[in-house]
Design a protein around this ligand. Structure first.
Ligand code: UD1
Ligand code: UDP
Length: 369
């Protein structure tokens, strides 16, 4: 029996962990007793509202976390430090053989730091991504986590290359993207769950879907004002649906930008299945989210990224995604482009999670270095 401690805390991590947990359960169905994998889930508490956390566990049948540390808010250092201390206590108690961390949040870094200081092996899922912008807290989190990890599962070939440039080549695996697995898992369910279009009075292809939460956009009044102005202008063409992240709503109020949102169809964050339903029927998706950029591609919807760079460069190169930053004219210009791009094969075929579990199982049981 191998003991795995999965560390999650933020919305996208619940979604990424869902297919991987499912793959562990599938593995255990056929594995002999001594090859069973025991997964323990630790939730840092970083995201805590019901519709930012619990809803994903329920909807995606993710096993309930055995630990919820209840740590949220404060500065980056404070949040990461408090998590580090409490995660270490859990590691001391559980002594897992492996820790799995996802993506690039403060929870990811705290988990990786805690495990590495106890010489516990770390698997980083969604390794190797780079924006080359060290102003982003996520860039610091992902660089450090990659350098601490024992095994690195990359969603793209570019991610493998990025790690190579930083001298990381051992145990680097191109696994494909677990978010594609999650999208497939949700697609059928979301079809049965598309009442959100009816309840919001939306017609397929007759609305724009937007999400906005990156600190670089929300915490900068000029950028936030500019993006909201662009969405406001777009709402003259078609309704703009904006499920609002808690960070963003706080900043809209703090900067007094409510008048720019008066014409938008704002709503509280929606569940994953509702989000997929909204994505699949949108005319265009406008976002600064990493996950949503790819989901736009998975569902064949043109995307405008409200950032100056992206870690998911293949979405731009294949013509699915346009980088428009926060400039009103660039966003409006990009919104005229409705053509589809070419296929992206490197995200895999929806089996990244199974591949990851298969490789981890082999490595851990053979005690490969
Ligand atoms: C975090 C991640 C970001 C990721 C995003 C996913 C870091 C540095 N950032 O950003 O990489 O893209 O999650 O959504 O880890 N809040 C609530 N309720 C909640 C969750 C958050 O009110 O359920 C509030 C917090 O109290 C805080 C603000 O929203 O005031 C931001 O939350 P935080 O977790 O610090 O960062 P995110 O912007 O969510
Ligand atoms: N998402 C959701 N409800 C929402 C907004 C987003 O379920 O109201 C999902 C979205 O479909 C994607 C994930 O959250 O799977 C992306 O998370 P987020 O944008 O918070 O973070 P990022 O991917 O940028 O790190």
């Amino acid at each position: 029996m191998i003991k795995i401690l999965t560390i999650v805390g933020a919305r996208p991590q619940f979604i990424k962990a869902a297919p991987v947990s499912r793959a562990i359960i599938e593995h255990n169905k056929t594995a002999t007793e001594d090859h069973q994998l025991q997964e323990i889930i630790l939730h840092s508490g970083q995201h805590f509202d019901k519709n930012m956390s619990e809803v994903f566990f329920n909807e995606l049948n993710i096993p309930a976390p055995q630990y919820n540390l209840g740590i949220q808010g404060g500065s980056h250092g404070s949040m990461t430090g408090r998590m580090l201390e409490k995660i270490e206590a859990v590691l001391l108690k559980e002594t897992p053989d492996l820790v799995i961390v996802y993506g690039d949040t403060n929870t990811t870094l705290a988990g990786a730091l805690a495990a590495s200081k106890m010489n516990i092996k770390i698997a980083h899922i969604e390794a190797g991504l780079r924006s080359w912008n060290r102003q982003m807290p996520e860039e610091i989190n992902r660089i450090l986590t990659d350098h601490l990890s024992y095994i690195l599962f990359c969603p793209t070939f570019q991610a493998v290359e990025n790690l190579k440039k930083e001298g990381i080549q051992k145990n680097v695996i191109h696994s494909g993207d677990v978010m594609f697995d999650a999208a497939l898992l949700a697609a059928d369910l979301a079809d049965k769950h598309n009442s959100i279009l009816k309840t919001t009075g939306l017609q397929p292809r007759e609305y724009f879907l937007a999400t906005l939460h990156r600190a670089e956009n929300t915490d900068n009044e000029t950028r936030l004002r500019s993006i909201l102005s662009a969405l406001n202008k777009l709402s003259l063409q078609k309704p703009v649906v904006l499920p609002v992240h808690p960070r963003t709503i706080k900043k809209i109020k703090a900067f007094g930008l409510e008048s720019l949102t008066a014409n938008l169809k704002m709503m509280a964050p929606v569940s994953f299945l509702e989000m997929v339903a909204l994505e699949k029927s949108a005319a265009i998706i406008l976002t600064d989210s990493g996950g949503v950029q790819k989901e736009a591609y998975f569902h064949g919807i043109p995307c405008i990224t409200l950032r100056d760079e992206t870690e998911w460069i293949e979405t731009v190169e294949t013509g699915w995604n346009t980088l428009a930053g926060c400039d009103v004219n660039q966003i409006l210009e990009a919104s005229k482009k409705r053509s589809q791009g070419t296929p992206i094969h490197e995200y895999g075929t929806g089996t990244a999670s199974r591949k990851i579990i298969k490789i981890l199982n082999a490595k851990l049981f053979l005690s490969e270095p």
